[in-house]
Design a protein around this ligand. Structure first.
Ligand code: FAD
Length: 477
């Protein structure tokens, strides 16, 4: 039997896992983290989906494509001539890969700094013995008192359309388009109009592809506040992103020229879409492949997610699970919060995650961000509420930026004025939403925000004005 024994062993080095490992080490535990992700040279690449094929690379490409779009369409408004703007796709992808590597290296540095032992390879249960778990960590076998599972998720497959990452792409392939050819696809199809589909579709539309998004559901962005979803649909259409709702996907056929998708449209008519490449983004499934849950009797649900209680405890003593592999929203910051909370619970502290104040962001242009309940949810729950809205068109900073699309919307309890939800579509919504998250964590009222001094000129003044709008006393609109 191995002599290497740890207080805490984390399997999975994504945002849930690496953060859990660092927090556990900070709390004085002898901690190890096992992650199997490989970079192109076969070396370690901790950071999981988020760092390697998710949050970080998608934002790097969104940034590059936004610069390109600005140079092409918005510089002239500022008196800047930028004729014949071209983009070197290989260089853009190379920059994205560099950003990813910086993040991988950063995590390896953080492991060293915090004295977390890192194992590069697969982590799987071998057995449970004498209050300890025997775990295969790459080529070694180690022992753990506590185990934190953070094995993440994989892209959901569409039956009959296996990912080949050349023509039929998951998020992995979508982030590598043009890496070898240097070309932007002329026509790009996206199945699924969720966050990932819209973000990836936006990147390639800005770079010149004709993008068509096919969505099975009859409503666009069903989880988003209806007024925000309506505004987003209008703006995306104006940008040239084609979105067809209520479709039923039929056969997906590959040819040497690309991919053809047969589908039935919302009116029941048979249609086909022929594209150079097809991204399939129809959700993600929890990943426990390679974990060998049977060896220790770890309980999974019918979706393959690890079953946990409110505190991320599994059915096994001292085995915890966090992030995409358990219930709840598949978001990096939710995974991180659970990772911290679990490490603190192992230390006997009261780690906690408030699911009601987890912010959501879609990094399209304009960005969409929200926290708390939507207006349609409040109606369905029979809650009496007041609503206030303020357009960025009336915000001086937004006008100076040349980015006046969208609005901030506040929803507050009709009697107590407590903020129940804040919904933003517009410039830097991803940053602006933090104020609303803090306010809701502190159970603030809309009046609290309305009375706080916000810097001028700043986009955050739109947040204050939306709070003022609750009582119909906006000052600039
Ligand atoms: P993961 O990040 O998936 O990490 C799991 C890790 O465990 C991986 O490194 C995997 O290799 C490793 N692993 C699995 N099994 C084993 C094993 N048996 N042994 C060893 N290692 C193993 N979320 C946001 O909040 N904001 C965003 O902007 C955002 N953008 C996204 C964009 C895209 C294109 C995608 C696909 C996702 C995006 N997400 C975003 C979601 C986010 O990436 C996930 O919610 C997050 O990565 C989940 O973290 P995790 O730690 O649970 O799992």
């Amino acid at each position: 039997m191995s002599t290497k024994q740890f207080d805490v062993v984390v399997i999975g080095g994504g945002p849930g896992g690496y953060i859990a490992a660092i927090r556990a080490a900070q709390l004085g535990f002898n901690t190890a983290c096992i992650d199997e992700w490989k970079n192109e040279k076969g070396g370690p690449a901790p950071g999981g989906t988020c760092t390697n094929v998710g949050c970080i690379p998608s934002k790097a490409l969104l940034q590059s494509s936004e610069h390109f779009e600005h140079a092409n369409h918005h510089f002239a408004d500022h008196g800047i001539s930028a004729d014949n703007v071209r983009i070197d796709i290989k260089k853009m992808i190379g920059r994205k890969d560099t950003v990813v590597k910086q993040n991988n290296d950063g995590i390896l540095y953080l492991f060293k700094k915090n004295k977390v032992t890192f194992f590069h390879g697969r982590g799987s249960f071998v057995a449970a013995k004498d209050g300890l778990y025997e775990i295969k960590a790459g080529e070694e076998v180690i022992l753990a008192k506590h185990v934190v599972l953070a094995t993440g998720s994989n892209a959901r497959q569409l039956p009959g359309a296996a990912f080949d990452e050349e023509l039929i792409l998951s998020n992995d392939g979508a982030l590598q388009i043009g890496k070898t050819s240097g070309e932007v696809p002329k026509k790009l199809g996206v199945i699924g109009s969720g966050v990932i589909g819209l973000e990836m579709g936006s990147v390639w539309r800005r770079l010149g592809a004709e993008v068509t998004v096919l969505e099975g559901l009859p409503t666009f962005l069903g989880a988003v506040d209806e007024s925000v979803a309506k505004e987003a649909a209008k703006l995306f259409k104006k940008q040239g992103l084609k979105i067809e709702l209520g479709v039923k996907i039929g056969e997906v056929a590959k040819s040497k020229d690309g991919v053809t998708v047969a589908y039935t449209d919302a009116k029941g008519a048979a249609q086909t879409l022929s594209v150079d490449k097809l991204i399939i983004s129809i959700g993600r499934v929890p990943n426990t492949v390679g974990l060998n849950p049977e060896a220790v009797g770890l309980k999974l649900d019918e979706r393959g997610a690890i079953v946990v209680d409110d505190e991320c405890k599994t059915n096994l003593p001292n085995v915890w699970a966090v992030g995409d592999v358990v219930r709840g929203p598949m978001l990096a910051h939710k995974a991180e919060e659970e990772g911290v909370a679990v490490a603190e619970r192992i230390a006997g502290q009261h780690g906690h995650v408030n699911f009601n104040t987890i912010p959501w962001v879609i990094y399209t242009s304009p960005e969409i961000a929200w926290v708390g309940r939507t207006e349609q949810q409040l109606k369905a729950d029979g809650v009496e509420y007041k609503a206030g809205q303020f357009p960025f068109l009336a915000n001086g900073r937004a006008r100076a930026l040349g980015d006046t699309q969208g609005f901030v919307k506040f929803l507050a309890d009709a009697k107590t004025d407590e903020i129940l939800g804040v919904h933003i579509i517009g410039p830097f919504a991803s940053e602006l939403i933090s104020e609303a998250v803090v306010a809701m964590e502190f159970k603030a009222s809309a009046e609290d925000i309305a009375r706080i001094c916000h810097a001028h000129p700043s986009l955050s003044e739109a947040t204050k004005e939306a709070a003022l709008a609750i009582d119909k006393r906006t000052l600039n609109f």
